[in-house]
Design a protein around this ligand. Sequence first.
Ligand code: ASP
Length: 441
Amino acid sequence: MATETTRRKGIMDWYFRSNLLARILIGLALGALAGIVLGFFPEAIKPYVDNVKFFGDLFIRLLKMIVVPVILFSLIAGAASIAPSRLGRVGVKIMAYYLLTSALAVVIGLVFANILKPGLGMNIVGDAAVKGQAAAAPTLAQIFLNIIPTNPMDSLAKGDVLPVIFFACVFGIAISFVKDSKTPALAQGASTLFEVCNAAAETMYKIVSGIMQYAPIGVFVLISIVFAQQGAKAIGPLLVVTLTVYLGLLVHLVGSYGGLLAVFGLGVGTFFKRANEAMITAFVTRSSNGTLPVTMRVSEENLGIPRTISSFTLPLGATINMDGTAIYLGVCAMFIGYATGNPLTFNQQVTVVITATLASIGTAGVPGAGAIMLLMVLDSIGVKVTEGSAVAAAYAMILGIDALLDMGRTCLNVSGDMIGTAIVAKTEKELDLAKWGKARA
Ligand code: ASP
């Protein structure tokens, strides 16, 4: 203890002593303010971005560095300490939750778009620089096959989350069998392997805590850049789209998630209080994958979810559960319809519910991925983004403010993963209720 105090003494003492969340929130507020002010001096934006970009990228890289090791070690340790049948039950529950909430999210997005009608009266005509693209959807068989790595090391190196999840699960389950081996040396070896993976996971969480000390600076820089570059554009004709998307996100967060949590005797307020570090990180990094190390640490340490469940459901959620993206896809498809003078028919909207749910599952947890999936959704309702068309012009407008929309949708994506995981843990009687301000079950 004494050494730690000595180590932290110095000019940065005040920094490490102050509350981390307060520092992150100050970074967020000051960053937004700096970005808005910079927006009034367009000629200053590029030099500013060139000079400070490094400090934002540093934060994102530090988080990305830890993603694959966190998933691998926590999942091996998690899978090794849970019975395979239980893992299967958790899998079914979380998949049901992920699918249903995503479909509900698209519906919420569509409802608000029908009420607020973003893009109505814009009468966009063709003349855009966006090239027509056909988004080819992979077949269902291919999607399943791609989950199984042909070479686990290759998947680890590339950071392909689903194959890593698959391999780590299988490896962890196999460890639990070898632990029960009748050969003492093997049983002992497997136990050691389990302990090593567990300790490695713990070590990764320690690293995440260290990285988060840098978060306030990273947050400030990342937010200021987005607001400086896109703030002004979102206030213009795209204000209604931005409002519709954010309203949808808010209603899903407070209404759907709040309701679901209440059904299971948990409070959404407590969730906000305890999970905000992950929510803010998602907001500024715009990446569910990049936020994963923070999501996993927060879930375990603040939300009281055991690693046996979260190590499996959270990486899965960061890859396939994108409720924010689902809302965004619904609203933007509607915007493009209204803006080009072809509002979507009821049948088209029903199709959007299906394709946007599937597209959100296929969306990678990286910045801007949702905007690419929007092409697939549009394609499914016969709206083609061809070069120079009005649709391409409307799509280009959306791309212009994508970072702003991406912040909100990623925050919801990550929140949805944590809430689903908490609910599943509660149904499995594995949630530490003390963290939720309740007496232990
Ligand atoms: N950026 C989002 C995420 O990482 C995906 C998207 O672009 O919608 O969750």
